[in-house]
Design a protein around this ligand. Sequence first.
Ligand SMILES: Nc1ncnc2c1ncn2[C@@H]1O[C@H](COP(=O)(O)OP(=O)(O)O)[C@@H](O)[C@H]1O
Ligand SMILES: [Mg+2]
Length: 236
Amino acid sequence: MEKLSETVLRFQNIHKIFSSEGVQFTALEKINFSIHKGEFIGLSGKSGSGKTTLLNIAGLIDPPTRGDLFIKNINIKDLKDSELSLIRAQEIGFIFQTFNLLPLLTALENVEYPLMLLNIPDAERIERAHQALKRVGLDGFSHRRPSQLSGGQRQRVALARAIVKNPTLILADEPTANLDTKTSDEVFELLMGLQRDLKVTVMLCSHDNDLIAKTHRQIKISDGHIISDSLTGGAL
Ligand SMILES: Nc1ncnc2c1ncn2[C@@H]1O[C@H](COP(=O)(O)OP(=O)(O)O)[C@@H](O)[C@H]1O
Ligand SMILES: [Mg+2]
């Protein structure tokens, strides 16, 4: 019998409709799928197809207009804003195309930041931030500011910042789009290694079909609809 894997997130008939200047635009329609623990999902689709909208809903940043989102089998509609913020702070790590590091903070302070929001005591916070930087090969760069790091190094700091809180889910929105091909491959391999070693669940979206092909499960969206969802085996 197939082993039932733990569900991290479940999208049930989710729609997202944006309204601006009286015009409604359906960015996502009838989205139904579940993310299981330990999966590495590659989300692909043309620009404007709804990838970022879907990741923002998964990350509890933006609520769906219709439908239900379950996190570990709890309907987010049953949670208060403060509970949603806490889940986001504890369980979800984000990685962005533009890195989104705080420019005035050092690499170490950027990685410490999510732990500050969780009120982790100083000594533990600094130790965990160093460990996370070490995992991405940047412990020797902990006192540099983002402007003193290359694009690839900045994204490694962002990876460290995403993993430092031991999240359940990492959401990566075109994390390699601002990097050259070689650096992009290195950052992606690093993310795959972290996913495997830390047993974290990842959903990544990308325009790069070569990267998507290396993920374990590939979901394709077009005009706000999931048009395919296929497992490729991988290391699950
Ligand atoms: N805040 C918003 N207001 C209005 N339309 C939006 C908003 N965010 C996204 N959209 C529209 O929704 C569609 C999907 O956008 P997005 O999820 O950013 O696509 P992708 O990340 O795949 O490029 C696009 O047509 C975009 O213009
Ligand atoms: Mg996008």
